[in-house]
Design a protein around this ligand. Structure first.
Ligand code: PLP
Length: 470
Protein backbone atom coordinates (compact mmCIF):
# COMPACT_ATOMS: atom_id res chain seq x y z
CA UNK A 1 0.00 0.00 0.00
CA UNK A 2 2.73 2.44 1.02
CA UNK A 3 5.00 1.43 -1.85
CA UNK A 4 2.29 2.11 -4.35
CA UNK A 5 1.59 5.40 -2.62
CA UNK A 6 5.19 6.53 -2.86
CA UNK A 7 5.33 5.38 -6.49
CA UNK A 8 2.78 8.05 -7.22
CA UNK A 9 4.67 10.70 -5.39
CA UNK A 10 6.18 12.30 -8.49
CA UNK A 11 2.76 13.41 -9.59
CA UNK A 12 1.94 14.72 -6.11
CA UNK A 13 5.26 16.52 -6.26
CA UNK A 14 4.12 18.11 -9.50
CA UNK A 15 0.99 19.01 -7.64
CA UNK A 16 3.15 20.84 -5.16
CA UNK A 17 2.87 18.56 -2.14
CA UNK A 18 6.36 17.16 -2.03
CA UNK A 19 7.50 19.46 0.76
CA UNK A 20 4.80 18.43 3.16
CA UNK A 21 6.66 15.85 5.10
CA UNK A 22 4.98 16.18 8.45
CA UNK A 23 1.96 14.17 9.38
CA UNK A 24 -0.40 14.07 12.30
CA UNK A 25 -3.12 11.71 13.35
CA UNK A 26 -6.80 12.03 14.00
CA UNK A 27 -10.15 10.54 13.28
CA UNK A 28 -12.13 10.86 10.12
CA UNK A 29 -15.79 10.08 10.16
CA UNK A 30 -16.22 6.78 11.90
CA UNK A 31 -13.47 4.88 10.20
CA UNK A 32 -9.75 4.95 10.61
CA UNK A 33 -7.16 5.39 7.88
CA UNK A 34 -3.65 6.56 7.50
CA UNK A 35 -1.96 8.42 4.76
CA UNK A 36 0.84 10.85 4.28
CA UNK A 37 -0.33 14.19 3.05
CA UNK A 38 2.20 14.35 0.25
CA UNK A 39 1.40 10.94 -1.12
CA UNK A 40 -1.74 9.10 -0.09
CA UNK A 41 -1.64 5.37 -0.76
CA UNK A 42 -2.56 4.69 -4.36
CA UNK A 43 -5.35 2.32 -3.47
CA UNK A 44 -6.80 4.69 -0.91
CA UNK A 45 -10.50 5.08 -1.42
CA UNK A 46 -12.92 7.17 0.52
CA UNK A 47 -15.50 4.44 0.26
CA UNK A 48 -13.31 2.00 2.15
CA UNK A 49 -14.66 1.25 5.58
CA UNK A 50 -12.55 -1.57 6.97
CA UNK A 51 -9.35 0.26 7.77
CA UNK A 52 -7.51 -0.19 11.00
CA UNK A 53 -4.86 2.50 11.19
CA UNK A 54 -5.43 6.04 12.43
CA UNK A 55 -6.12 8.64 9.80
CA UNK A 56 -3.86 11.54 9.12
CA UNK A 57 -5.73 14.54 7.83
CA UNK A 58 -3.33 17.32 7.11
CA UNK A 59 -4.75 19.30 4.27
CA UNK A 60 -5.76 18.50 0.71
CA UNK A 61 -4.66 15.36 -1.08
CA UNK A 62 -5.26 13.71 -4.47
CA UNK A 63 -7.88 11.05 -4.95
CA UNK A 64 -6.09 7.85 -5.89
CA UNK A 65 -8.90 7.00 -8.30
CA UNK A 66 -8.83 10.03 -10.60
CA UNK A 67 -6.17 12.34 -9.13
CA UNK A 68 -8.55 15.20 -8.32
CA UNK A 69 -7.94 17.26 -5.24
CA UNK A 70 -9.89 16.35 -2.12
CA UNK A 71 -10.32 17.92 1.29
CA UNK A 72 -11.38 15.39 3.90
CA UNK A 73 -14.01 13.30 2.03
CA UNK A 74 -15.02 16.04 -0.36
CA UNK A 75 -13.93 16.64 -3.94
CA UNK A 76 -12.94 20.26 -4.47
CA UNK A 77 -14.46 20.08 -7.94
CA UNK A 78 -17.80 19.47 -6.26
CA UNK A 79 -17.26 22.33 -3.85
CA UNK A 80 -16.61 24.69 -6.78
CA UNK A 81 -19.62 23.38 -8.66
CA UNK A 82 -21.86 23.84 -5.70
CA UNK A 83 -20.67 27.13 -4.25
CA UNK A 84 -18.94 28.80 -7.18
CA UNK A 85 -15.54 30.46 -7.31
CA UNK A 86 -13.60 32.13 -5.91
CA UNK A 87 -14.30 30.49 -2.57
CA UNK A 88 -12.43 29.80 0.68
CA UNK A 89 -12.60 26.20 1.88
CA UNK A 90 -11.55 25.00 5.35
CA UNK A 91 -10.98 21.59 6.88
CA UNK A 92 -12.51 21.21 10.32
CA UNK A 93 -10.18 18.30 11.16
CA UNK A 94 -7.05 20.27 10.35
CA UNK A 95 -8.26 23.23 12.41
CA UNK A 96 -9.08 21.14 15.46
CA UNK A 97 -6.01 18.94 15.20
CA UNK A 98 -3.76 21.98 14.98
CA UNK A 99 -5.37 23.50 18.06
CA UNK A 100 -5.16 20.23 19.99
CA UNK A 101 -1.53 19.75 19.00
CA UNK A 102 -0.68 23.18 20.40
CA UNK A 103 -2.68 22.64 23.59
CA UNK A 104 -1.22 19.17 24.20
CA UNK A 105 2.41 20.12 23.52
CA UNK A 106 2.64 21.77 26.94
CA UNK A 107 0.49 19.22 28.74
CA UNK A 108 2.47 19.05 31.97
CA UNK A 109 2.24 22.82 32.49
CA UNK A 110 -0.76 25.00 33.26
CA UNK A 111 -1.27 26.57 29.82
CA UNK A 112 -3.93 28.44 27.93
CA UNK A 113 -3.88 28.67 24.14
CA UNK A 114 -5.45 31.99 23.14
CA UNK A 115 -6.17 31.71 19.41
CA UNK A 116 -5.24 34.97 17.62
CA UNK A 117 -8.59 35.95 16.13
CA UNK A 118 -7.03 38.21 13.51
CA UNK A 119 -5.75 35.14 11.64
CA UNK A 120 -9.30 34.10 10.77
CA UNK A 121 -12.28 35.57 12.58
CA UNK A 122 -15.05 33.49 11.02
CA UNK A 123 -17.74 32.90 13.65
CA UNK A 124 -18.06 29.18 12.96
CA UNK A 125 -14.32 28.61 13.33
CA UNK A 126 -14.33 30.61 16.58
CA UNK A 127 -17.28 28.53 17.77
CA UNK A 128 -15.41 25.29 17.09
CA UNK A 129 -12.38 26.54 19.03
CA UNK A 130 -14.48 27.93 21.88
CA UNK A 131 -16.14 24.51 22.25
CA UNK A 132 -12.64 23.06 22.72
CA UNK A 133 -12.03 25.45 25.60
CA UNK A 134 -9.69 27.72 23.64
CA UNK A 135 -8.86 31.19 24.83
CA UNK A 136 -8.68 34.10 22.39
CA UNK A 137 -6.27 36.93 21.64
CA UNK A 138 -8.20 39.93 20.33
CA UNK A 139 -7.09 43.29 18.97
CA UNK A 140 -10.35 45.20 18.64
CA UNK A 141 -13.86 45.66 19.97
CA UNK A 142 -15.09 43.92 16.83
CA UNK A 143 -13.02 40.83 17.62
CA UNK A 144 -14.33 40.89 21.20
CA UNK A 145 -17.87 40.98 19.82
CA UNK A 146 -17.14 38.05 17.49
CA UNK A 147 -15.63 35.91 20.24
CA UNK A 148 -18.53 36.57 22.59
CA UNK A 149 -21.02 35.83 19.80
CA UNK A 150 -19.20 32.55 19.21
CA UNK A 151 -19.61 31.56 22.86
CA UNK A 152 -16.01 32.27 23.86
CA UNK A 153 -15.38 32.60 27.58
CA UNK A 154 -14.46 36.24 28.37
CA UNK A 155 -12.23 35.01 31.20
CA UNK A 156 -10.05 33.43 28.52
CA UNK A 157 -9.64 36.56 26.39
CA UNK A 158 -6.48 38.66 26.23
CA UNK A 159 -6.69 42.05 24.52
CA UNK A 160 -3.61 43.15 22.54
CA UNK A 161 -3.16 46.17 20.25
CA UNK A 162 -1.50 49.57 20.42
CA UNK A 163 -4.56 51.79 19.99
CA UNK A 164 -7.34 50.54 22.25
CA UNK A 165 -10.03 53.22 22.26
CA UNK A 166 -11.98 54.23 25.36
CA UNK A 167 -15.02 52.46 23.98
CA UNK A 168 -13.09 49.25 23.33
CA UNK A 169 -11.55 49.35 26.80
CA UNK A 170 -14.98 49.85 28.40
CA UNK A 171 -16.48 46.98 26.41
CA UNK A 172 -13.69 44.64 27.45
CA UNK A 173 -13.87 45.77 31.09
CA UNK A 174 -17.62 45.12 31.16
CA UNK A 175 -17.15 41.73 29.52
CA UNK A 176 -14.67 40.73 32.25
CA UNK A 177 -11.74 39.63 30.09
CA UNK A 178 -8.67 37.81 31.43
CA UNK A 179 -6.34 40.75 30.81
CA UNK A 180 -5.32 43.78 28.79
CA UNK A 181 -1.96 43.42 27.09
CA UNK A 182 -0.97 47.04 27.62
CA UNK A 183 1.34 48.48 24.98
CA UNK A 184 2.25 51.97 26.31
CA UNK A 185 2.33 54.21 29.38
CA UNK A 186 -0.50 56.28 27.92
CA UNK A 187 -2.67 53.19 27.50
CA UNK A 188 -1.95 52.12 31.08
CA UNK A 189 -3.15 55.49 32.39
CA UNK A 190 -6.21 55.41 30.18
CA UNK A 191 -7.04 51.92 31.39
CA UNK A 192 -6.82 53.03 35.02
CA UNK A 193 -9.04 56.01 34.30
CA UNK A 194 -11.70 53.91 32.53
CA UNK A 195 -11.68 51.20 35.21
CA UNK A 196 -12.05 53.86 37.90
CA UNK A 197 -14.94 55.42 36.03
CA UNK A 198 -16.69 52.06 35.71
CA UNK A 199 -15.78 51.06 39.28
CA UNK A 200 -14.15 47.82 38.17
CA UNK A 201 -10.61 46.46 38.35
CA UNK A 202 -8.64 46.13 35.12
CA UNK A 203 -6.33 43.10 34.89
CA UNK A 204 -3.01 44.24 33.39
CA UNK A 205 -0.21 42.55 31.54
CA UNK A 206 2.50 44.66 29.94
CA UNK A 207 3.42 43.73 26.42
CA UNK A 208 7.18 44.01 26.50
CA UNK A 209 9.24 44.42 23.39
CA UNK A 210 12.22 42.14 24.00
CA UNK A 211 14.09 43.58 21.00
CA UNK A 212 14.65 40.28 19.29
CA UNK A 213 15.14 39.75 15.58
CA UNK A 214 12.55 37.13 14.62
CA UNK A 215 14.28 36.55 11.27
CA UNK A 216 11.03 36.78 9.38
CA UNK A 217 9.62 39.18 6.77
CA UNK A 218 10.15 42.75 8.08
CA UNK A 219 6.43 43.49 7.70
CA UNK A 220 5.55 40.73 10.17
CA UNK A 221 8.38 41.26 12.66
CA UNK A 222 7.03 42.99 15.75
CA UNK A 223 9.85 42.67 18.28
CA UNK A 224 12.46 44.88 16.65
CA UNK A 225 13.79 47.91 18.54
CA UNK A 226 11.96 50.26 16.20
CA UNK A 227 8.64 48.41 16.28
CA UNK A 228 5.49 50.28 17.33
CA UNK A 229 4.44 47.30 19.46
CA UNK A 230 4.92 46.83 23.19
CA UNK A 231 6.95 48.84 25.69
CA UNK A 232 10.75 48.77 25.54
CA UNK A 233 12.16 46.25 28.02
CA UNK A 234 14.16 49.07 29.61
CA UNK A 235 10.93 50.95 30.49
CA UNK A 236 9.01 47.92 31.73
CA UNK A 237 10.03 47.94 35.40
CA UNK A 238 9.16 51.61 35.84
CA UNK A 239 5.81 51.02 34.18
CA UNK A 240 5.01 48.06 36.43
CA UNK A 241 5.82 50.26 39.44
CA UNK A 242 3.42 52.86 38.08
CA UNK A 243 0.75 50.23 37.44
CA UNK A 244 1.07 49.12 41.04
CA UNK A 245 0.20 52.62 42.21
CA UNK A 246 -2.52 53.51 39.71
CA UNK A 247 -6.09 52.99 40.93
CA UNK A 248 -8.30 50.14 39.75
CA UNK A 249 -5.49 48.17 38.11
CA UNK A 250 -4.35 44.69 39.03
CA UNK A 251 -1.06 43.40 37.64
CA UNK A 252 -1.60 39.84 36.44
CA UNK A 253 0.97 39.14 33.76
CA UNK A 254 3.61 39.96 31.23
CA UNK A 255 3.62 39.22 27.52
CA UNK A 256 5.54 39.50 24.30
CA UNK A 257 4.92 38.72 20.65
CA UNK A 258 7.95 39.07 18.43
CA UNK A 259 6.51 38.42 14.99
CA UNK A 260 4.90 35.91 12.70
CA UNK A 261 5.93 32.96 10.52
CA UNK A 262 9.00 32.27 12.67
CA UNK A 263 10.62 28.96 11.80
CA UNK A 264 13.54 28.73 14.22
CA UNK A 265 13.64 28.31 17.98
CA UNK A 266 16.32 30.86 18.79
CA UNK A 267 14.24 34.05 18.59
CA UNK A 268 11.58 32.49 20.86
CA UNK A 269 14.20 31.39 23.39
CA UNK A 270 15.95 34.74 23.33
CA UNK A 271 12.66 36.55 23.92
CA UNK A 272 11.60 34.12 26.65
CA UNK A 273 14.88 34.58 28.53
CA UNK A 274 14.52 38.35 28.40
CA UNK A 275 10.95 38.12 29.68
CA UNK A 276 11.98 35.73 32.48
CA UNK A 277 14.71 38.14 33.48
CA UNK A 278 12.06 40.79 33.96
CA UNK A 279 9.82 38.37 35.85
CA UNK A 280 12.65 37.78 38.35
CA UNK A 281 13.28 41.49 38.74
CA UNK A 282 9.57 42.05 39.34
CA UNK A 283 9.51 39.31 41.97
CA UNK A 284 12.32 41.10 43.78
CA UNK A 285 10.03 44.13 43.96
CA UNK A 286 7.25 41.93 45.29
CA UNK A 287 5.33 42.01 42.02
CA UNK A 288 4.24 38.43 41.40
CA UNK A 289 2.63 37.46 38.12
CA UNK A 290 -0.21 35.04 37.53
CA UNK A 291 0.77 34.39 33.93
CA UNK A 292 3.45 34.78 31.28
CA UNK A 293 2.20 35.11 27.71
CA UNK A 294 4.72 34.21 25.00
CA UNK A 295 2.55 35.34 22.08
CA UNK A 296 2.18 33.50 18.80
CA UNK A 297 4.36 33.49 15.72
CA UNK A 298 5.15 29.81 15.18
CA UNK A 299 5.42 29.36 11.43
CA UNK A 300 3.89 26.87 9.01
CA UNK A 301 4.96 25.32 5.73
CA UNK A 302 3.98 27.36 2.68
CA UNK A 303 6.71 26.20 0.32
CA UNK A 304 9.90 24.56 1.54
CA UNK A 305 10.15 25.94 5.05
CA UNK A 306 10.95 23.54 7.81
CA UNK A 307 8.59 24.76 10.50
CA UNK A 308 9.23 24.11 14.17
CA UNK A 309 7.68 21.04 15.62
CA UNK A 310 5.51 22.02 18.53
CA UNK A 311 7.01 19.29 20.66
CA UNK A 312 10.51 20.75 20.06
CA UNK A 313 9.15 24.21 20.83
CA UNK A 314 7.57 22.93 24.04
CA UNK A 315 10.60 20.86 25.06
CA UNK A 316 12.88 23.87 24.69
CA UNK A 317 10.57 26.16 26.63
CA UNK A 318 9.33 23.91 29.43
CA UNK A 319 12.54 23.70 31.53
CA UNK A 320 12.69 27.49 31.64
CA UNK A 321 9.38 27.56 33.53
CA UNK A 322 10.13 24.94 36.17
CA UNK A 323 10.31 27.65 38.86
CA UNK A 324 7.28 29.58 37.65
CA UNK A 325 4.11 28.85 39.57
CA UNK A 326 1.68 30.64 37.30
CA UNK A 327 0.10 29.92 33.95
CA UNK A 328 1.69 30.01 30.49
CA UNK A 329 -0.28 31.65 27.71
CA UNK A 330 0.21 31.48 23.94
CA UNK A 331 -1.39 33.45 21.12
CA UNK A 332 -1.03 31.33 17.97
CA UNK A 333 -2.98 32.25 14.86
CA UNK A 334 -1.29 31.04 11.70
CA UNK A 335 -0.22 27.71 13.22
CA UNK A 336 -3.83 26.89 14.14
CA UNK A 337 -5.65 27.86 10.98
CA UNK A 338 -3.08 28.49 8.22
CA UNK A 339 -2.93 25.00 6.76
CA UNK A 340 -6.63 24.40 7.39
CA UNK A 341 -7.74 26.57 4.47
CA UNK A 342 -7.37 26.96 0.72
CA UNK A 343 -8.73 29.32 -1.89
CA UNK A 344 -10.47 27.86 -4.93
CA UNK A 345 -10.22 29.93 -8.06
CA UNK A 346 -11.16 29.41 -11.72
CA UNK A 347 -9.03 30.33 -14.74
CA UNK A 348 -10.82 32.99 -16.80
CA UNK A 349 -8.27 33.62 -19.55
CA UNK A 350 -4.81 32.74 -20.77
CA UNK A 351 -2.77 35.60 -22.16
CA UNK A 352 0.70 35.84 -23.67
CA UNK A 353 2.79 38.95 -23.14
CA UNK A 354 6.49 39.40 -23.92
CA UNK A 355 8.47 36.90 -21.83
CA UNK A 356 5.46 35.86 -19.78
CA UNK A 357 2.50 33.53 -19.98
CA UNK A 358 -0.33 34.85 -17.84
CA UNK A 359 -3.03 32.75 -16.25
CA UNK A 360 -5.79 35.17 -15.30
CA UNK A 361 -7.96 33.82 -12.51
CA UNK A 362 -11.14 34.99 -10.80
CA UNK A 363 -9.52 35.53 -7.36
CA UNK A 364 -7.49 38.65 -6.77
CA UNK A 365 -5.32 40.49 -4.30
CA UNK A 366 -8.44 41.79 -2.59
CA UNK A 367 -9.38 38.17 -1.75
CA UNK A 368 -5.87 37.06 -0.78
CA UNK A 369 -3.62 39.95 0.07
CA UNK A 370 -0.53 38.12 1.32
CA UNK A 371 1.32 37.75 -2.00
CA UNK A 372 1.00 41.43 -2.89
CA UNK A 373 1.46 42.70 0.68
CA UNK A 374 4.36 40.53 1.84
CA UNK A 375 5.59 38.89 -1.38
CA UNK A 376 4.25 35.76 0.33
CA UNK A 377 4.47 32.48 -1.56
CA UNK A 378 1.43 30.16 -1.74
CA UNK A 379 1.44 26.81 -3.46
CA UNK A 380 -0.95 26.85 -6.45
CA UNK A 381 -2.11 23.51 -7.81
CA UNK A 382 -4.72 22.31 -10.31
CA UNK A 383 -7.78 20.67 -8.81
CA UNK A 384 -7.88 18.09 -11.61
CA UNK A 385 -4.98 15.67 -11.89
CA UNK A 386 -1.94 17.74 -12.95
CA UNK A 387 -0.70 17.43 -16.54
CA UNK A 388 3.02 17.18 -17.14
CA UNK A 389 4.62 20.36 -18.45
CA UNK A 390 7.76 22.48 -18.38
CA UNK A 391 5.90 25.70 -18.99
CA UNK A 392 6.14 28.45 -16.40
CA UNK A 393 3.22 30.78 -15.89
CA UNK A 394 2.32 33.76 -13.73
CA UNK A 395 -1.05 33.62 -11.99
CA UNK A 396 -2.68 37.01 -11.83
CA UNK A 397 -6.05 38.30 -10.64
CA UNK A 398 -8.69 40.68 -11.96
CA UNK A 399 -7.86 43.67 -9.77
CA UNK A 400 -6.68 46.83 -11.47
CA UNK A 401 -3.27 46.92 -9.80
CA UNK A 402 0.02 45.68 -11.17
CA UNK A 403 0.66 44.04 -7.80
CA UNK A 404 -2.35 41.75 -8.25
CA UNK A 405 -0.14 38.71 -8.74
CA UNK A 406 -0.87 35.52 -6.81
CA UNK A 407 2.12 33.50 -8.00
CA UNK A 408 4.98 33.85 -10.46
CA UNK A 409 6.89 31.29 -12.52
CA UNK A 410 4.73 28.32 -11.58
CA UNK A 411 5.15 25.12 -13.56
CA UNK A 412 1.56 24.49 -14.60
CA UNK A 413 -0.32 23.27 -17.65
CA UNK A 414 -3.54 25.24 -17.39
CA UNK A 415 -6.49 25.90 -19.70
CA UNK A 416 -9.24 28.50 -19.43
CA UNK A 417 -11.97 27.07 -17.22
CA UNK A 418 -9.58 25.00 -15.08
CA UNK A 419 -9.93 25.08 -11.36
CA UNK A 420 -6.91 25.94 -9.20
CA UNK A 421 -6.40 25.68 -5.45
CA UNK A 422 -4.21 28.21 -3.67
CA UNK A 423 -3.01 26.37 -0.58
CA UNK A 424 -2.37 27.33 3.05
CA UNK A 425 -4.76 30.26 2.93
CA UNK A 426 -6.57 29.66 6.23
CA UNK A 427 -4.69 32.40 8.08
CA UNK A 428 -4.64 36.05 7.01
CA UNK A 429 -6.63 35.14 3.88
CA UNK A 430 -10.32 35.85 4.33
CA UNK A 431 -9.62 38.00 7.39
CA UNK A 432 -7.48 40.43 5.38
CA UNK A 433 -9.71 40.50 2.32
CA UNK A 434 -11.44 43.64 1.07
CA UNK A 435 -14.06 44.76 -1.43
CA UNK A 436 -11.55 46.73 -3.52
CA UNK A 437 -12.73 47.15 -7.14
CA UNK A 438 -16.29 46.63 -5.80
CA UNK A 439 -15.67 42.91 -5.54
CA UNK A 440 -18.06 41.21 -3.10
CA UNK A 441 -16.41 39.26 -0.24
CA UNK A 442 -16.05 35.55 -0.85
CA UNK A 443 -18.02 32.68 0.61
CA UNK A 444 -16.32 30.43 3.15
CA UNK A 445 -17.13 26.73 3.21
CA UNK A 446 -16.31 24.36 6.06
CA UNK A 447 -15.64 20.71 5.26
CA UNK A 448 -16.22 18.14 7.97
CA UNK A 449 -15.83 14.59 6.67
CA UNK A 450 -18.25 14.43 3.76
CA UNK A 451 -20.29 17.42 4.94
CA UNK A 452 -19.89 20.90 3.52
CA UNK A 453 -21.37 23.94 5.24
CA UNK A 454 -21.41 27.53 4.05
CA UNK A 455 -20.09 29.41 7.07
CA UNK A 456 -20.14 32.73 5.26
CA UNK A 457 -22.31 33.30 2.23
CA UNK A 458 -21.02 35.00 -0.90
CA UNK A 459 -21.77 38.71 -0.79
CA UNK A 460 -24.08 40.17 -3.40
CA UNK A 461 -23.86 43.47 -5.23
CA UNK A 462 -26.62 44.70 -2.89
CA UNK A 463 -24.31 43.94 0.06
CA UNK A 464 -21.74 46.25 -1.49
CA UNK A 465 -23.96 49.31 -1.18
CA UNK A 466 -26.11 48.47 1.82
CA UNK A 467 -24.46 50.99 4.16
CA UNK A 468 -24.47 53.86 1.68
CA UNK A 469 -27.08 56.43 0.72
CA UNK A 470 -29.11 55.09 -2.21
C1 PLP B 1 -0.21 40.32 19.54
C2 PLP B 1 -0.27 39.19 18.58
N1 PLP B 1 -0.45 37.95 19.06
C3 PLP B 1 -0.54 36.88 18.23
C4 PLP B 1 -0.45 37.03 16.87
C5 PLP B 1 -0.57 35.81 16.00
O1 PLP B 1 0.56 35.57 15.29
P1 PLP B 1 0.69 34.23 14.42
O2 PLP B 1 -0.49 34.18 13.55
O3 PLP B 1 1.95 34.37 13.70
O4 PLP B 1 0.71 33.09 15.41
C6 PLP B 1 -0.23 38.29 16.33
C7 PLP B 1 -0.10 38.45 14.87
O5 PLP B 1 0.38 39.37 14.32
C8 PLP B 1 -0.15 39.41 17.20
O6 PLP B 1 0.04 40.65 16.73
Amino acid sequence: MWTQGWALSASWRNAGFSHRASACSGTFGNFALFFHQSCPPSNFSLTQTAMSRPLTVFGPYRSPTDGTLMLESVSLNEVAERYGTPCYVYSQSVLLQSYQEYRDAFQSLDTLVCYAVKANANLSLLRLLAAQGAGFDIVSGGELFRVLQAGGDPRRIVFSGVAKSRQEIDEALMAGILCFNVESAAELRRLSERATRLAVTAPVSLRVNPEVDARTHPYIATGLRTSKFGVPATDALALYREAKKLPHLKIVGIDCHIGSQITTLEPFLEATDKILDLVHQLAEEDIHLEHIDLGGGVGICYRDENPLSLSDYASALKPRFSQFRGRLLFEPGRRIVGNAGLLLTRVEYLKSIPERQLVIVDAGMNDLMRPSLYQAWHEIVPVDAPRKTDQKVDIVGPVCESTDVLGTERVLDVQAGDLLAILSCGAYGASMSSRYNARPLLPEVLVNGSLTTVIRRRETYADLIQHELP
